[in-house]
Design a protein around this ligand. Structure first.
Ligand SMILES: C=C(C(=O)O)c1ccccc1
Length: 370
């Protein structure tokens, strides 16, 4: 029986334990370029079995918030090389999360001040964070999106492929495809935000098509053993909604099984909220979702996330419900979280006022155990 502290092979990636650091947006990469302090931040947390970086934009169009990093500029790739070098020197493993926000953006962040893109131009009615011309930050309504033309889809998939190649060039051990939290790929999978009448809309198969074509392109470019995906079947984040998430995600799981992915990273419930969140009028069957993947031949590590305590994480791995458990906010305030979980030591509490934006305060200055 495996425990939370045993090693594991996650695709091609050998990890020292079953604890992952979940992606955490920190808004500390002006012009989409990671700073030297970002290398310090991730290296401090390198005892995690697997680090997943904050969402990292695959293109300028993919940017949705101020000061989030990207992988579409040479200087950003150089910034990430310092991060992966520091993490590897500290004995860690790290993948980057490839992110396209779709409608969750603001025109001031878009190329030429244009509209954010989406499946069908349905307003997200969400909020994002921008930097005003006077340098002050502000949460603002997301801008009215436009529907992607069918002719734009191949270029979008190419942006994912290029970003995956850039990630390997930057020294990452692999990538996580961000298909969760109401961003572009989930916007396409959603029966509410996707009203297309072409091959990318309507039936569940059509709504899953873009996500699966992105998976296929990235696996072809860097290999399934270095590719994972993050999913959030019932999250209401960014007004995500679906009439029957169990049907959509069980079918997705079956289709993902064919791609020999390294891992499936699942947000159970509402992101950062209730684990028993329902959508479509019934509870989500998490065990059934995993079984759909395994029964179709899926061998990727199953990484469970969202509100896990130490005891719940230990039980999830020892029972076989999950292969790994990802912790988010706990890693912000506890660089040595793995040791604290192993020793059942008290955890530092994070300072919410420094979660998003700023410098070293609340980023690289949290204390470790003596
Ligand atoms: C990338 C994010 C996600 O996946 O929810 C995110 C973005 C902004 C703030 C917090 C989280």
């Amino acid at each position: 029986m495996a425990t939370l502290f045993d090693p594991l092979k996650v695709g091609d990636i050998e990890v020292a334990n079953r604890i992952a650091m979940a992606p955490l947006t920190r808004n500390r990469s002006p012009q989409a370029v990671p700073k030297p302090m970002t290398a310090t931040y991730y290296a401090q947390r390198a005892t995690a079995g697997l680090l997943v970086t904050e969402g990292t934009a695959i293109s300028h169009q993919a940017q949705g918030y101020a000061d989030v990093p990207g992988l579409y500029k040479p200087e950003a790739i150089e910034g990430w090389k310092a991060v992966t070098k520091a993490v590897h020197e500290a004995g860690g493993k790290i993948v980057t999360q490839l992110w396209h926000v779709g409608a969750i953006s603001h025109s001031s962040l878009q190329p030429n001040g244009g509209q954010p893109v989406s499946p069908s131009g349905v307003p997200a009615k969400s909020k994002t964070y921008i930097i005003n011309p006077d340098g002050t930050g502000a949460f603002v309504e997301t801008s009215e999106p436009r529907a992607l033309e069918l002719s734009e889809i191949p270029g979008l998939i190419e942006d994912y492929r290029k970003a995956a190649r850039a990630a390997i060039e930057a020294g990452f051990d692999g990538v996580e495809i961000h298909a969760a939290n109401g961003y572009l790929l989930q916007q396409f999978m959603s029966s509410e935000s996707n009203r297309r009448t072409d091959a990318y809309g309507g039936s569940v198969e059509n709504r899953l098509r873009l996500t699966l074509e992105v998976v296929e392109a990235i696996v072809k470019e860097i290999g399934g053993g270095r590719t994972g995906i993050r999913l959030s079947p019932v999250t209401p984040a960014n007004n995500n909604a679906d009439a029957d998430p169990q049907a959509s995600y069980n079918l997705l799981a079956e289709k993902l099984a064919a791609h020999n992915l390294a891992f499936i990273h699942v947000i159970e419930g509402a992101t950062g909220g209730p684990r028993d969140q329902q959508m479509g009028g019934k509870p989500f069957d998490w065990a059934g979702f995993k079984a759909a993947y395994r029964n179709a031949g899926g061998k990727g590590a199953w990484i469970a996330n969202n509100g896990y305590s130490r005891d719940l994480a230990i039980e999830a791995v020892e029972s076989g419900k999950a292969d790994m458990v990802a912790f988010g906010k706990a890693f912000i305030a506890n660089p040595d979280l793995v040791r604290r979980l192993k020793e059942n030591a008290p955890l530092n509490q994070g300072d919410q006022s420094t979660f998003y934006g700023g410098g070293e305060k609340g980023y690289t200055d949290y204390p470790t155990l003596d």
